[in-house]
Design a protein around this ligand. Structure first.
Ligand code: SF4
Ligand code: SF4
Ligand code: SF4
Length: 346
């Protein structure tokens, strides 16, 4: 296991969770793009972290969709479940940088707290933000969280405040938050295992509020929401199921139907990209209660027949009983087969 984890003194990078490293077809490089120290680099195709350059600033934490990056002394999930009716987050008070939070964290906070305050007043003079790239990225995440909560019909927005420049409360606040994280572990265990914790937290935040939410249907235009559809052109090759990193797509026992749990989907689009017949598409709306409660739905059911060539079941429509892979194989090598039949070896 340890060969898959790059570890510094305070920071770790789990290659098994990294979409870019684990899936040939994925182009994620969010961490590489936002790191102000250029500490990420590609060693051939493998994403690698240079711990000499990494300053444990936490800036990349919020952009990684899979929580492949972790700091030992700061976990943004802890702030979502901290006690208190309101929360004030500042790099001069209780966090290393607000870029450690994703839109999911900000949205969860809005749903759980009466008021949420963030302090962006020090970003302009921060040496890690010389070109405002990091500030812009945080503001986009805050905007997305505000828009999500508004679509649910909740009249709340993240507010800004200004904390005086002193960091003396920083560690005290962090260790207090760790205690409450443990209480939410039961939620974590009952949820879909491979889905990152920040998704679980947002789903739990919806569950806590579901009876009072004015709108139960929202658009899937958010970076963390997706609802898939499989068209009849699906050849049942199973690639999408095999490569889905969170098991949001899965087969039933008979292998004739593909099911989908929207609440487990991290919208990485690996399934869309990997499907050779372009059979996976996205719906524009999603039932947020079904999402939060991990409701499963059948996306497609095939009539299975046994392939005459490879003797494995395949989705039969009409004509010859040969699966698409065998058909493709026979087509690709038809000249060789022809030659072999015409000129037998001595
Ligand atoms: S942001 Fe996360 S998933 Fe994406 S390349 Fe970096 S470590 Fe991998
Ligand atoms: S949707 Fe595409 S990738 Fe998934 S089983 Fe069907 S053909 Fe294969
Ligand atoms: S269903 Fe598709 S988009 Fe969702 S997590 Fe799986 S591979 Fe990614």
């Amino acid at each position: 296991m340890s060969e898959y984890i790059q570890k510094g003194e305070l920071f770790s990078f789990n290659l098994l969770k990294c979409l870019r490293t684990s899936y040939f077809h994925n182009n994620c490089q969010e961490c590489l793009e936002i790191c102000p120290k250029e500490a990420f680099f590609f060693d051939r195709r493998k994403l690698t972290l240079d711990f000499e350059k990494c300053t444990n600033c936490s800036i990349c934490l919020g952009v990684c969709p899979t929580e492949a990056l972790e700091l030992t002394f700061f976990d943004p999930n802890e702030f979502v479940i901290s006690e208190g009716k309101e929360i004030r987050i500042s790099c001069k008070k209780n966090v290393p940088c607000l870029s450690g939070f994703s839109s999911l964290h900000f949205a969860s906070l809005l749903l759980r707290k009466e008021r949420v305050f963030i302090d962006l007043s020090h970003c302009q003079e921060c040496e890690l933000n010389p070109d405002n790239r990091i500030l812009t990225s945080i503001q986009e995440r805050v905007k997305e969280a505000n828009r999500f909560v508004k679509e649910l019909g909740v009249e709340k927005e993240i507010e800004e405040f200004e904390e005086p420049p002193s960091r003396r409360n920083f560690f005290k606040a962090i260790f207090k938050a760790t205690k409450t994280l443990l209480q939410e572990e039961s939620f974590k265990k009952s949820g879909v295992n491979k889905t990152p914790f920040k998704w679980q937290l947002l789903k739990n935040s919806i569950k806590l509020n579901f009876s009072s939410l004015p709108n139960k249907t929202v658009s899937t235009s958010f970076s963390f929401l997706a609802k898939k559809r499989i068209e009849n052109s699906c050849t049942n090759c199973g690639d999408c199921v095999q490569f889905c990193p969170t098991d949001a797509l899965f087969y039933n026992q008979q292998g004739d139907s593909i099911f989908f749990t929207a609440g487990a989907c991290i919208d990485c689009n690996i399934c869309n990209d990997i499907c050779k017949s372009n059979s996976i598409n996205d719906e524009e709306k999603i039932d947020i209660i079904a999402w939060a409660f991990d409701r499963e739905e059948r996306l497609i059911k095939h009539q299975l027949e046994i392939c005459q060539e490879c003797k494995t079941p395949f989705p039969y429509v009409e004509g010859e009983k040969i699966c698409s892979r065998c058909k493709e194989f026979l087509e690709d090598f038809k000249d060789i087969f022809k030659l072999a039949n015409e000129e037998p070896l001595d």
